[in-house]
Design a protein around this ligand. Structure first.
Ligand code: BGC
Length: 752
């Protein structure tokens, strides 16, 4: 159940209030036909004490075929599909599904909300931008992830939305993927747990949750056409495992199928992915919504388990009706699709507790965004220069593109609109457009000046590297803010910083040994200057309060605790696929030409990408290949130090791993302690895999004993023959420490 006890009580109260309000409206004659109706006699499914399953089944029985089909598609989007006149009633989000007022079923108003609610600018509203999802993953903090989701859920509702399109969780199989910032890293357990927590937070606010993009949509190049070839066992142990974990933890009410093909079939008409794995094996009760224009058929998609087409009704409108009438799509199948949509609405609480437009709590949002960024920025290198001493410092050179006004954010459908527009544009001219580079008005220069008002703080954009180096030379410390911008739909050409920033950093670091590099990136980057820099802080896309959070870390008000959710390789040559496979022109979607969407709907010719590294994603690949990396998965420094001791592994169904962590330094901090397991050789798995972690707060000198219960599933392999998880009897080595490549504790036990 998604509703927790307290929330259920709240929704009962709301339900009562709603009914009183409803009768008041009838008496006063102010009820309009678009208002959801409710009465115990005629709408028994409005009784919140019934189960969502029963309520959904009761409604389906009352529905006409036209009403059923209404719930199975959106109302269209310019350029992507025909648009119905009903689209005018949309709240302005990416998707709108018309409701059935006769039965008290409200419309579904969907908004993209990866790191905040999108399109608020054009609706004259405000949304908080949280740190990018990948950044949030670096906190390894499930409570922070819940809070991240809860904030998004509250802001969705305040803007009149009852469904999120967030929940991105494709694994970083390809770090040049332009959407890496929207996802939660390379490990299925970390990504699954973190997205699961985000989704719990969102659904607790009574919005329909969503996990996406299901599945193996790991590159943007040719995403509408690519056929991903992946071995079934490898898929279940990597990309699909992440979804399995998130679903189990969150009971997300919707899953978005992706653009790409998987082993021959488009994901949105892939029987194995949808009916067999998601619905049967995992017991998913909600609905599958297609990514925007990712539906390619009627009967095939319906039989495979696609429940709802978005954004329009190319296949699931009149064509679906015809197919049902001609007996090509059984009514029972349509009923199942509809029941799932209704189940999601009842289970998430959007019927009992519909959103009311209201004012977003701006201050609270900013405070949360800052706190999460403070837990998400990863200290990668520190030669002792950080933290800076605010009392002692006299001069600072702040360098970097637009570091005087803002910090970069991730683009595409996830783009959150900054208040007042793009910080690098004149006021009033900075509305966001698809794939603009948007800088949020969180100014590193201002935040530094505010922190050290007595120091001389000067700025150089870095356009002239020699001038920037000269400024750096004249100051005690140089702080460079370097960025790498990412957007949906376009993969990165490579992992290096754009706009000659590598050269800029090298010149500045050569001019001043006290150079601190702050990275604002959505993916790992290569760092040819890493040896020269005194300190490196990976800030990701920092969100609405990025600068304040980063400056708190630089000056020691906050002790960094985050750890990398992705490996930083030394170069692209070390990746499983040194170059991204690109499509030919015939396989590229173009929605700008007339009828471009029709070509996409018909299914662009496939091109092949083969993930023969299989389950070896991220660190599993570098471990298996014995490759050195720039910064490993799970790595991150602190201003204090920690030691590990006393490992004890108690075998059992779910083995228990106990150990002691001690803060051996002089500051309090939080350590993310990681537990990996090496499976017996017979399992034929990569050298090790993450099986658990714990984030422990420790004062200087303090020790704590930690016990982590490891779910047997994370120690098992996926047997294709048995279609299930199996533990291979044998010797299991548990490794514990503060980074995937620094695991001082080790114990081997027999498990069966
Ligand atoms: C993206 C989805 C998004 C949808 C609606 C698609 O292009 O892939 O992630 O939710 O658009 O905006």
């Amino acid at each position: 159940m998604i509703l927790r006890e307290a929330e259920t009580m709240k929704s009962h109260t709301n339900q009562k209030l709603f009914r009183h309000f409803f009768f008041f409206m009838i008496l006063t004659g102010t009820l309009t036909s678009s208002v959801a109706q409710s009465s115990d006699e005629t709408h028994p499914w409005m009784n919140p004490s019934l189960s969502p399953d029963d309520r959904a089944a009761m409604v389906v029985k009352e529905m006409t075929l036209d009403e059923k089909i209404t719930l199975l598609h959106g109302t269209g989007q310019k350029k992507l599909s025909p648009v119905s006149p009903q689209a005018a009633q949309s709240n302005g989000g990416a998707g709108y599904v018309v409701g059935i007022p006769r039965l008290g079923i409200p419309a579904i108003q969907m908004a993209d909300a990866a790191y905040g609610v999108t399109k608020s600018g054009e609706n004259g509203r405000y949304s908080t931008a949280l740190p990018a999802d990948l950044g949030a993953a670096a906190s390894w903090d499930l409570d922070a992830a819940y809070e991240y989701g809860a904030l998004i859920g509250r802001e969705l509702r305040a803007q009149g939305y009852n469904m999120t399109l967030g929940g991105g969780m494709n694994l970083t199989r390809e770090p040049r993927n332009g959407r890496t910032f929207e996802y939660m890293g390379e490990d299925p357990l970390l990504a699954g747990k973190m997205v699961g927590a985000v989704m719990r937070g969102e659904q607790a606010q009574h919005v329909i949750g969503d996990l996406k993009h299901y599945a193996v949509n790991d590159q943007e190049s040719g995403r509408n056409a690519v056929n991903v070839n992946i071995d079934q066992r490898a898929a279940r142990e990597s990309d699909l495992l992440a979804f399995e974990v998130a679903l189990q933890d969150s009971n997300a009410a919707a899953v978005m199928c992706s653009y790409n093909r998987v082993n021959g079939d488009f994901a949105c008409e892939n029987k194995y992915l949808l009916n067999e794995v998601l619905k049967k094996d995992w017991g998913f009760k909600g609905f599958v919504v297609s990514d925007w224009t990712a539906t390619h058929s009627t009967a095939k998609a319906s039989a495979a388990g696609l429940d709802q087409e978005e954004p329009g009704f190319v296949f699931y409108g009149a064509d679906l009706k015809k197919a049902v009438e001609a007996g090509k799509v059984p009514m029972a199948e349509v009923d199942d699709h509809v029941r799932r949509v209704l189940w999601a609405m009842f289970a998430s609480g959007v019927i009992d507790d519909p959103p009311q437009k209201g004012v977003v709590e701006v201050g609270r949002g900013l405070e949360i965004a800052q706190r999460i960024e403070e837990q998400s920025a990863v200290l990668l290198k520190n030669d002792g220069q950080l933290p800076l001493d605010p009392a002692g410092i006299r001069s600072i050179a702040v360098i970097g593109p637009h570091a005087d006004v803002g910090m970069i954010s991730g683009a595409g459908s996830a783009q959150v609109d900054p208040p007042g527009g793009n910080a690098i544009m004149p006021p009033g001219q900075g509305q966001t457009h698809w794939q603009d580079k948007i800088w949020f008005p969180t100014s590193p220069l201002k935040a530094i000046r505010a922190k050290v008002p007595a120091a001389q703080v000067q700025f150089a954009s870095g356009t002239d590297a020699a001038a920037a180096a000269a400024l750096a030379k004249s100051a005690e410390v140089a702080i460079i803010f370097a960025y790498q911008w990412e957007t949906e739909d376009i993969d990165l050409a490579d992992l290096s910083l754009p706009e000659h920033q590598d050269d800029l950093i090298a010149k500045v670091a050569a001019a001043n040994p006290h150079t601190v590099v702050v990275l604002e990136t959505g993916s790992p980057v290569t760092m040819p200057w890493a040896d020269q820099a005194g300190a490196i802080l990976e800030a990701w896309y920092g969100g609405s309060r990025g600068a304040e959070a980063v400056v708190n870390i630089l000056f020691g008000d906050v002790n960094p605790s985050a750890k990398l959710p992705v490996t930083f390789p030394r170069s692209e040559a070390d990746l499983p696929h040194p170059t991204i496979v690109k499509p030919g022109p015939e396989s590229v979607a173009n929605f700008d030409v007339p009828d471009g969407w029709k070509r996409v709907a018909a299914g662009l010719p496939a091109f092949q990408v083969t993930y023969d590294e299989g389950t070896k994603v991220g660190y599993k690949w570098y471990d298996a290949e014995n490759k050195t990396v720039l910064f490993p998965f799970g790595y991150g420094l602190s201003y204090t130090t920690y030691s590990y001791s006393n490992l004890k592994v108690t075998p059992g169904k779910n083995p228990r791993v106990s150990f002691t962590v001690t803060n051996t330094g002089k500051r309090s901090g939080a350590e993310i302690a990681e537990v990996y397991a090496s499976l017996p050789a017979a399992a034929a798995e990569p050298p090790k895999q993450l099986v658990g972690w714990s984030k422990i707060k420790l004062d200087a000198g303090e020790s704590k004993e930690v016990t982590i219960e490891v779910d047997r599933k994370y120690l098992s392999i996926f047997s294709v023959e048995q279609n299930g998880w199996q533990l291979v009897p044998g010797e299991y080595t548990f490794l514990v420490g503060g980074s995937s490549r620094d695991l001082p504790l080790k114990e081997t036990v027999s498990l069966n």
